[in-house]
Design a protein around this ligand. Structure first.
Ligand code: GUN
Ligand code: ZN
Length: 446
């Protein structure tokens, strides 16, 4: 008798094998025109041609077949703020004023645990609607915000990383903690959630201007006290911000050095933005195996600048894609790649569709040191995957009919596609979003 937990999915299937910059485009991906993935107990059991795998399946195993579709690994968002979903698309400011006028007031509401629970549900529903199955997520300063988020992610059996914001200066009083309280609160959250199911904790100092040196030292201390913790913060996003960091930390040689001095760099450290980095900083990020989250929609929306991806590539810095909602303007990784392409165009550079695809899947997993578990469809990894619909909109359908290669179809999908192109999302082999039968917690119109 076959266990009920075996399922199979048949369609065109694409996954990434590594960075095209290292492997060359042709060696960087696997593609099966008529492919099959077999899922068992939440993991990928097999991936290959349908013609070679179908006969290995007992007759009672259900095979779901998708037409005009492409199965890919779930997208990975390496930088996003769940409490900011309510103020996405706020008008008119650059980073520091935007924080003061829009962000902090939105985050103050998370003192209310029920609000945090409701927003967590709406946020995760929206991520899954967009095909994102793993994210590195900012909470607020309130520990309850992280309890609410992790509870919700646990119920959905998602692989998620999150942490409580540490912020002890240069913010409204009701959003600040202290070095001691941030240590205690973070520690309690780590004990409660880190390593539970597929959840991981990130020590989360907001950015250098909102932490005293004492608090940054506490963040560094926490990282030494538990295995495999993440460190998640912002770095060199905006020119006024970087100038402010120089004033606040005159002894340090630069922005990155503030974090380095407090031992916050490493294999599980993710720095959002990195738009204004010098050569030494790039070298140091590479030497410490730290990662950058490239957030094109946010960097354009806040007028922060153009991320230099070729420079990061040259230094072999790990890079993942980040939406950075609410400064970012879309939950869609497809739309994030669309904007990344334009950011490169403005610098006279190209972003190949297979490089884009890598960045949004396996590259993100590598940036998060999670590529043993997620990022492609290798047998043994978590069965987190997405079914994309080539015919999702009339324009997509029409344009796809003119496309003659996978490369072209992929590029059209990431240029014209968005949440409408995500037909199904699966986490651990279970359906967590189906476009045509919407979830009750998706944001509703009035
Ligand atoms: N720098 C410090 N806090 C934030 C934030 O919430 N969003 C962005 N984009 N940058 C930040
Ligand atoms: Zn951010």
């Amino acid at each position: 008798m076959t266990p009920i937990s075996v399922t199979a999915h048949r369609a065109a299937i694409l996954d990434s094998l590594g960075d095209p910059a290292e492997l060359g485009i042709e060696n960087s991906y696997r593609y099966f025109e008529d492919g099959l993935i077999i899922v068992e107990e939440g993991k990928i059991r097999a991936l290959g041609k349908a013609s070679e795998l179908l006969h290995t399946l007992p007759a009672e195993v259900p095979v779901k077949q998708y037409e005009n579709a492409l199965i890919i690994p779930g997208f990975i968002d390496t930088h996003i703020h769940y409490p900011q979903i309510g103020m996405i698309a706020s008008y008119g400011e650059q980073l520091l004023d935007w924080l003061e006028n829009y962000t902090f007031p939105a985050e103050e509401k998370f003192v209310d645990k029920q609000h945090a629970q409701e927003v967590s549900e709406t946020f995760l529903t929206e991520l899954l609607r967009n095909g994102t199955t793993t994210a590195l997520v900012f909470g607020t300063v309130h520990p309850e915000s992280v309890d609410a988020f992790f509870s919700c992610a646990e119920q959905k059996n998602l692989r998620m990383i999150a942490g409580k914001v540490m912020m002890d200066r240069n913010a409204p009083q009701n959003l600040t903690d202290t070095p001691d309280s941030s240590y205690r609160d973070s520690k309690e959250l780590i004990e409660r959630w880190h390593g539970k199911g597929r959840l991981h904790y990130a020590v989360t100092p907001r950015f250098a201007p909102t932490s005293t040196p004492e608090q940054l030292a506490i963040a560094g201390k926490l990282l030494t006290e538990y295995d495999d913790l993440y460190m998640h913060t912002h770095l060199s996003e905006n020119k006024n911000e970087t100038a402010w960091v120089k004033e606040l930390f005159p002894e340090q040689t630069g922005y990155l050095d503030v974090y380095d001095h407090h031992e916050l760099l490493g294999k599980r450290s993710v720095f959002a933005h990195g738009v204004h980095l010098c050569e030494d900083e790039c070298q140091r990020l590479a030497d410490t195996d730290s990662a950058i989250a490239f957030c094109p929609t946010s960097n354009l929306f806040l007028g922060s600048g153009l991320f230099n991806l070729p420079q990061a590539e040259q230094y072999k810095i790990k890079v993942g894609m980040g939406t950075d909602v609410g400064a970012g303007t879309s939950f869609s990784m497809l739309q994030t790649l669309n904007e990344a392409y334009k950011v490169m165009q403005l610098q006279g550079k190209k972003l190949h569709p297979f490089k884009s695809f890598y960045l949004a899947t396996l590259g993100g997993a590598q940036a998060l040191a999670l590529d043993q578990h997620i990022g492609n469809l290798e047998p043994g990894t978590d069965a987190d995957f997405v079914v994309l619909d080539y015919h999702a909109t009339p324009l997509l359908k029409y344009r796809m009919a003119q496309a003659s290669s996978l490369e072209e179809r992929l590029f059209v999908m990431m240029t014209l596609g968005d949440d409408r192109a995500v037909k199904h999302t699966f986490a651990m082999g279970q359906p967590v979003h189906s476009r045509d039968t919407p979830h009750k917690n998706a944001p509703q119109g009035v």
